[in-house]
Design a protein around this ligand. Structure first.
Ligand code: HEM
Length: 158
């Protein structure tokens, strides 16, 4: 049960990273509507990931790394945890500024209006951090999952 939840949490965070890249591709091509849909989908997937992850923690399922290069693994794990925690406020800021900007603009064709501009300027400034952090978290989450599949020992909640 806990292992299945673990698998699904990795699947959702990896797909959310892929949909995020799709959202970046759409906005680079000027397709705001598709960008908005992709980013809302990526955010929904990341929310599902968070629920699954917290459920797994609640079930007390944990694996210990027993493979080579323990120091490198710990460095990877710590960087992953810190950036995963940072990703939540970064994503909320991106969504908040986009939402406020859209409200001020009225529609996505009007984002250059003086009322909306400051929000989208902030949106653009913050997403410079949000996108790379999100991708790093998704990729390292997947790597950690693969490493624990090969070199992990269940220490709790088997
Ligand atoms: C966490 C979710 C989101 C992320 C990570 C994100 C990311 C991005 C990125 C990378 C850009 C391009 C910035 C640049 O090239 O300078 C951008 C621009 C933009 N985003 Fe988002 N976005 C998100 C959610 C949304 C939502 C929900 C909307 C719609 C309400 C939206 C509307 C826009 C618009 C209109 C632009 C173009 C701004 C401009 O040209 O000034 N974004 N976003």
């Amino acid at each position: 049960m806990a292992e299945t939840i673990n698998q699904w949490s990795v699947i959702t965070i990896v797909i959310s990273g892929l949909v995020l890249l799709l959202g970046v591709y759409f906005i680079k091509r000027g397709n705001r509507e598709a960008h908005m849909r992709a980013m809302l989908t990526a955010s929904a997937l990341a929310t599902i990931f968070l629920v699954l992850y917290l459920t797994r923690l609640g079930l007390g399922y944990e694996k210990k790394y027993v493979g080579p290069n323990h120091g490198a693994y710990i460095a990877l794990l710590i960087s992953h945890i810190i950036l995963a925690a940072a990703n939540l406020p970064l994503a909320l800021l991106a969504l908040w500024n986009a939402w406020k900007g859209l409200q001020a603009a009225g529609n996505l064709g009007n984002i250059d209006s003086p009322a909306a501009r400051p929000y989208f300027a902030k949106h653009r400034a913050w997403v410079r951090w949000t996108v790379p952090v999100w991708i790093y978290v998704a990729v390292t989450g997947w790597i950690i999952y693969l490493l624990l599949g090969k070199y992990g020992e269940v220490i709790k909640g088997a």
